[in-house]
Design a protein around this ligand. Sequence first.
Ligand code: SAH
Ligand code: SF4
Length: 385
Amino acid sequence: MTANLLDYDLEGLAAFCERLGEKRFRATQLFRWIHQKGASQFDEMSDLAKSLREKLKACAHIQAPSVLSQHISVDGTIKWLFDVGGGNAVETVFIPEDDRGTLCVSSQAGCAVGCRFCSTGHQGFSRNLTVAEIVGQLWFAEHFLRGHLRTADRVISNVVMMGMGEPLQNYSALLLSLRVMLDDHGYGLSRRRVTVSTSGVVPMMDRLGNDCPVALAVSLHAPNDALRDNLVPLNRKYPLAELLAACKRYLAHAPRDFITFEYCMLEGVNDSPDHALQIIGLIKSLADGAWCKFNLIPFNPFPASGLVRSPQRCVLAFAKILSDAGIVTTVRKTRGDDIDAACGQLAGDVQDRTAVHRRIQKQRVVMIKSVGAESGTDQEEPVNG
Ligand code: SAH
Ligand code: SF4
C-alpha cells in the first residue's frame, strides 16, 4: 500500500520527502501541486525532476474519497456523497453566496454523541475519517468547482466543520486537516474563515485553542443542564458551567474573536421566551454579551426524530429577546432544502447500507439536477432588535 499524500500536512510531507532522500523544500513544491493546482498525477508536476516523479509513483498516490452521488440544488448548493469504505458514506455541502463560497465538511462517519435532533446522531458512530478523507473533501470540491465554474481562482473561501460527526472527537486528524487548510502553500484560508463546530468536548476545546485557534461554534441548544442533558447527551459529561468556562478560555487564545452559539429551535422544547431569558442569564453571568453571538437554526426535520420545527414567529420573538439584551443574534436561512443538504439532514445514506454497497459496486456518479422550488445549508440573516 503506497502513501496517500492527502494524509500529510506540509511538515509531514517534508518528513516523507526526507525519507525518500529528497530535500525538504521539494515538499513545498509537491504540496502546492496537490492542493493549489489539484494535481492527482505525478507526471503533471512539471517542475519536479523525472527521477523524483518516478520515485513518487512507486511509493505514493493522491486520492480523495470517491464520489457516489452529486446533487445540485436550485439555489446553487451542491451536495456530494463520498464513499469512505466498508459501506460508509459521508456528505459534503458547498454553499455559494454573493461574497463567499462555504464548504461544509464531515469529520466522522456517523457520530457517537447522539443528539436527539440530529440525523447523523441517530445513525450511531461508524468511524473517524482520516486526514486524507477530510482534506479530500476540500481537495475534490475546490478543483471540481473551478472546472464547473470555469475559473482558475479559488472558489471556496470558508470551511465549516459542520457536516457529519463531532470534529473534536477526531482531534488528531482534525488538527492536521486544519493545518493543510490554513497553510499558505495549501488552501491559504485565514484562521477566521475556518470554523470548528462542537457539541462541547471541553478538554479538546482547550487543546484546539492552544494548537490552532480557528473560529469556534458551540452547539448549545438548551439554556439549562436538565434540558441540555436530554438534547445533547454529552452535556452529562461536560455540563454548561464547564462548557462556558471553556469558551472563555478559548477566547483568551484569540481575544478579538467571539464564540458562535448554535441553537436549534424545537417547537415546545427549547423555544419559549423563558428559555431566551435563561440564555441571557447564562451569558451575562460570565460577562456582557459581546463575547458571543447566537445563531438560531430552524430545526430540519427528519423521519424518526419526533421533533417539530419552531414556527417562524417563535424564532423571531426569541431572536428579539436576545438582541434586545445586546446579544448579536442571527437566524439561519436553510439552503439546499430540495436536496436534503441542510444542517442535521446529512445522513450519508448509511442507514441503508445495502443501497450504499450497491452504489459503490456500480461506482457511478449520479447527477441530479433538482427542480424543487424551495429555498434551500444555511445563510445567516441578521435580526434587527
Ligand atoms: N458535531 C458538531 C458539528 C456537526 S453538527 C456539532 O454538533 O456542533 C453541525 C450543526 O448542525 C450543529 O450546530 C448541530 O446542532 C446542527 N444540527 C444537527 N441536527 C440538526 C437539525 N436536524 N436541524 C438543524 N440543525 C441541526
Ligand atoms: Fe454529533 Fe453534532 Fe449531530 Fe450532535 S449535532 S449527533 S454532536 S453531529
